[in-house]
Write a protein that binds this ligand. Structure first.
Ligand code: C2E
Ligand code: CA
Ligand code: CA
Length: 563
């Protein structure tokens, strides 16, 4: 508004001066005598020439300021001053006005050239602005455009929701099928998005595979609960769009979209705070079953702060050797003999309260500290048991390693080197991996597993039945031991399906020449049923809880004494 006013005032001022100069010019021309300025004697045509040029500058300035309006005013002024000249020439046959007319034609051309030049600049500016607001891959509004839009809404005092919609399995898809394939997926999704937004909604692309939807808070709905339900339903419609199977390069794929939602002004006073809370919500609900659409609330940030504290604690504990190891015994079901121990980690917070292992392991996995934790556990378990296994050559000490670890180049070599340096026999170590290793980078996993197995290190598949392992993977990547997940053992006597599943795993394990261990066995009945179904090994509170190293040595000694 202010800019428009300034432009108008400038045009009026320039027009005024241009009119004055035009009038003075015609007067000077009609005087037809010399003018003395000090010692300088100027003819009237010379003065008129100077004034004509000044007027031209004013007219060009008018076009620059007023664009099309400036050009029209300039042409009107030129026309008004030229008409008497033309009349004189054609009706009074006074041809001395020809140079002036030529001058006028040049002015007309110059004004037009100036106008089309700035018009083009404006056009290119518009294109540049459009490009700077557009995602080059999908053509959707990009990060800057969405932020601008949100900023404008905040400044206008509007209330609205922002939803980040992300694809849980996108990274995996990109890794498996390649970046070009991933790009085609995003382009197809963008098509669905662009066609789906309605009035009061604004869609864009945020990060690599993240979409944003800004939804205006409805004016007529003053009930916050009802409004929230409306937004939830709307975002679920977007999710439904994304979930529709896509066919890319003749491959049908199904995406796993999820969404996080915040409300302005309730969940943040500015765009940065709103975005931070959206990221917190994503981090909190990522990989959580059933959390397809999640609204932000303060507990999300609190928990992340809590997790941050655990991460700091773990980081410190790694350098001060404050991680504590306990060992849970495993027994042979038929003979009742001790097979070995699974190494489990324990961590306490600063006040000495224990932190649940699955919690700090999960945090370690998210922050990549897991590699350090796994290596720490491996080295310390080996050091603790190296003398014990010399006396007990059949004892198996197992350690858990994170699925990502086996994919790291050089991991198998690291394990073998650690064993060698500590003179710990390879055959007494078992590495427990979970089925998630089969989800990606299978070639690296296979190479590491082959190397370990060739060197007599045992490999167990933990939590079997909960993940991705298929028979074809299992036949390619042979393991020594299948550990039936505790969740199946828990439901053993209540669900026939789970009983059948356990029986199936036992026979499958044997076909693959692997032993089968049941985890989490807490009752004699379960132990006996498992024995009857042909299960080989057992681990659970019934036969022994995780225990201190000294206690584990006692168990070993007692076992020897009873033989
Ligand atoms: P996991 O590897 O499946 O370990 C077995 C878990 O089941 C252990 O819990 C163990 O204490 C528990 N358990 C065993 N028998 C019974 C039973 O009869 N009843 C019940 N209720 N529980 C039983 P824990 O020690 O809390 O460990 C939880 C998970 O944390 C482990 O599951 C493993 O995934 C992870 N973890 C623990 N230590 C480490 C470690 O050093 N490295 C890695 N990467 N993960 C670890
Ligand atoms: Ca385990
Ligand atoms: Ca397990």
């Amino acid at each position: 508004m202010q800019k428009q006013l300034k432009t108008r005032i400038s045009i009026i001022v320039l027009t005024f001066f241009a009119v004055v100069v035009t009038i003075v010019t015609s007067r000077v021309t009609s005087m037809a005598r010399n003018l003395e300025v000090g010692r300088l004697v100027l003819s009237s045509s010379q003065i008129a020439g100077v004034l004509t040029n000044i007027r031209l500058i004013l007219l060009v300035a008018m076009v620059l300021v007023g664009k099309k309006t400036g050009m029209i005013i300039s042409y009107v002024l030129i026309l008004i001053s030229t008409v008497p000249m033309i009349i004189q020439m054609f009706f009074l046959q006074k041809w001395d006005g020809i140079p002036g007319l030529a001058n006028t034609v040049c002015s007309v051309i110059l004004i037009y050239v100036t106008y089309s030049f700035i018009n083009n600049i404006n056009h290119y500016n518009k294109i540049l602005h459009l490009l700077s607001q557009q995602d080059p891959l999908t053509g959707m509004h990009n990060l800057t455009a969405v932020r601008d839009y949100i900023d404008k809404r905040i400044k206008a005092g509007k209330e609205f929701y922002i939803s980040f919609l992300y694809i849980e399995n996108f990274a995996q898809l990109n890794d498996m099928m390649g970046r070009d394939f991933g790009n085609s997926v995003l382009k197809s999704l963008a098509g669905r998005f662009i066609g789906s937004t309605v009035e009061g909604e604004y869609g864009g692309k945020n990060g690599d595979s993240e979409f944003v939807i800004v939804i205006d808070s409805s004016k007529e709905n003053k009930d916050p609960v009802a409004e929230r339900l409306e937004v939830d339903a709307r975002v679920k419609q977007f999710i439904k769009q994304v979930k529709r199977p896509l066919i890319i390069e003749n491959t049908e794929i199904t995406l796993e979209p999820r969404a996080a939602i915040v409300r302005y002004p309730d969940d943040g006073g500015d765009i940065n705070e709103l975005y931070r809370h959206l990221d917190d919500t994503i981090a909190h609900y990522r990989n959580q079953a059933g959390a397809e659409v999640s609204f932000y609330d303060a507990s999300v940030t609190n928990e992340l702060t809590e997790n941050g504290k655990i991460e700091d604690r773990l980081f410190k504990a790694l350098s001060t050797d404050e991680i504590h190891l306990v060992f849970q015994p495993q027994y042979n079901l038929r003979t009742g003999k001790l097979r070995g121990f699974e190494t489990l980690s324990r961590l306490e917070d600063e006040e000495g309260k224990s932190i649940r292992p699955d919690k700090f392991i999960q945090i370690a996995e998210k922050s990549n500290l897991i590699f350090r934790v796994d290596n720490w556990v491996l080295i310390h378990a080996i050091k603790r048991f190296k003398d014990v296994v010399k006396e007990n050559p059949d004892l198996v000490i197992s350690v858990n390693i994170s699925a990502n670890h086996l994919q790291k180049p050089g991991y198998a070599e690291f394990v073998l080197r650690t064993l060698k340096e500590n003179e710990f026999p390879n055959k007494n170590l078992e590495i427990e991996i979970t089925e998630t290793v089969f989800a990606s980078a299978i070639e690296n996993v296979k190479a590491a597993m082959d190397k370990l197995r060739q060197n007599e290190v045992k490999v167990a598949l933990d939590d079997f039945g909960t993940g991705y392992a298929s028979l074809s993977y299992l036949s390619q990547l042979p393991v020594n031991l299948l550990k039936i997940d505790k969740s199946f053992v828990d439901k053993m006597h209540t669900s026939c399906e789970d009983m059948d599943f356990i029986k199936l795993i036992i026979s499958m394990g044997h076909v693959l020449h692997a032993e089968v261990l049941a985890e989490g066995v807490e009752s004699v009945e379960k132990k006996e049923a498992l024995l009857e179904w042909g299960c080989d090994l057992v681990q659970g509170y019934l036969t022994g809880k995780p225990m201190e190293f000294e206690k584990a040595v006692e168990v070993i000694e007692k076992e020897k004494g009873s033989v």
